[in-house]
Ligand binder design. Structure first.
Ligand SMILES: [Fe+2]
Length: 143
């Protein structure tokens, strides 16, 4: 079983986003499990599968996050989109390399885990106050 699990400190307090981040953390956990398979062929197949799952869900999640930012007029939108773009292109790259085995398994895992957790803990956290304030404004009667 993978080592990485959801921790309360990852929570942003925005339920929809937290649920999606939990799925991404589970993808990392699956990836950690996949590199433990002693059979080389099976291991790379499992790694590839885990990366594809992570990539697919990442795309969905980033689209949601960016749409909400756009709707609410978040001032850090462009910088945040750029971070997402860099991560998506890295994912594409390792997805390809997981077919050619042109990368070290533990490097993929440690990079993806570190990027995701740092992004959630530092970068996503920056929009929380803005999102919450915007939501409160919208839910006020007459607002
Ligand atoms: Fe983000």
């Amino acid at each position: 079983m993978g080592l990485t699990h959801w921790r309360n400190e990852y929570s942003l307090g925005i339920d929809e986003i937290d649920e999606q981040h939990k799925v991404l953390v589970n993808c990392i956990s699956s990836l950690e499990t996949s590199i433990e398979d002693p059979d080389e062929k099976q291991r790379w197949a499992a790694i590839h599968y885990a990366i594809v799952q992570l990539s697919d869900y990442t795309r969905i999640h980033f689209t949601v996050e960016e749409s909400v930012m756009r709707i609410l007029g978040y001032p850090g939108l462009d910088a945040h989109i750029e971070q997402h773009r860099v991560f998506v292109s890295y994912l594409k790259d390792v997805e390809r390399k997981s077919i050619t085995h042109d990368v070290r398994e533990d490097e993929i895992v440690s990079f993806l885990r570190k990027w995701l957790l740092t992004h959630i803990l530092n970068d996503d956290r920056q929009y929380v106050n803005f999102f919450v304030a915007a939501r409160e404004k919208n839910s006020r009667p007459g607002g």
